[in-house]
Design a binder for this molecule. Structure first.
Ligand code: S5P
Length: 244
């Protein structure tokens, strides 16, 4: 059965409407550059993934602009905050502070290392907002510790909290259950790695491994023509999905 979480439902709809399984990792560090990128790639993406805390000139106006762009281009906003603390602390980080993530992010993510209290804490804030949570069941970087039983535990907790958990950050399909989406980072046509142990596969490899959404950062925003690059990644991702 499909996931009834509002963010999961919206994501499924947008994917179909836009024929896109592409998320852009918009890791730019000033507001103008971020907004410009979204204008360039907005038509091609189903998800805008942000790291709001890397923006050097953040003001709440940026959020207003991003929400306008979200309406204009029809995508979900995934704040890649990677929460990793006890339930009480992540509630404060998610709902408050300067960024007030809960007020605007459709999707957030969390490490499972603190235990299930992190999910319960985030849920106390996120459930009234219709937000969806991705668990970091696996990671893309070489030498990471999210493997084996750790990954299996993340999958088990996703099942337990599936009103709120809509899927995983994972490198491949981790469980055969349509309730969950797998979003896969570490995607690049040209590179195999970066200098800091990021590891890349192609869109085709990720989708053939059972991923639902490809997350592309430098492959798009680092390209000489980000708009064209986004179109190419969207075509590769959607094409791979259609030829499964
Ligand atoms: O395991 C992970 C999880 C994530 S969310 N590996 C990752 O690279 N990410 C994120 O995906 C990372 O924070 C960055 O925003 C994006 C990858 O960017 P790229 O430039 O390497 O494509």
């Amino acid at each position: 059965m499909a996931n009834l979480n509002p963010a999961a439902q919206a994501l499924a709809r947008i994917k179909q409407d836009k024929q896109s399984n592409l998320a852009v990792a918009a890791d730019l560090t000033d507001a103008n550059s971020l907004v410009k990128l979204v204008q360039q790639v907005g038509d091609s993406i189903c998800v805008l993934k942000t790291h709001i805390d890397v923006i050097s000139d953040f003001t709440p106006d940026l959020i207003t602009t991003l929400l306008d762009l979200k309406k204009q281009y029809n995508f979900l906003i995934f704040e890649d905050r990677k929460f990793a603390d006890i339930g009480n602390t992540v509630k404060l980080q998610y709902g408050g502070g300067i960024y007030r993530i809960a007020d605007w992010a459709d999707i957030i993510n969390a490490h499972v290392v603190p235990g299930p209290g992190i999910i319960e804490g985030l849920w106390e804030i996120g459930k009234t907002k219709g937000a969806g949570l991705l668990l970091l069941a696996e990671m893309s970087s070489a030498g990471n510790l999210a493997t084996g039983d750790y990954t299996k535990t993340a999958v088990a907790w996703a099942q337990k909290y599936s009103d709120f958990v809509i899927g995983f950050i994972g490198m491949k399909k981790l469980v055969d259950d349509p309730k969950f989406v797998t979003m896969t980072p570490g995607i690049n046509f040209a590179d195999k790695s970066d200098k800091l142990k990021q590891q890349y596969v192609t869109p085709e490899q990720a989708i053939q491994g059972g991923s639902d959404i490809i997350i592309v950062g430098r492959g798009i925003y680092g390209a000489s023509d980000p708009s064209l690059a986004a179109k190419q990644y969207r075509e590769a991702g959607w094409g791979a999905y259609n030829s499964l």
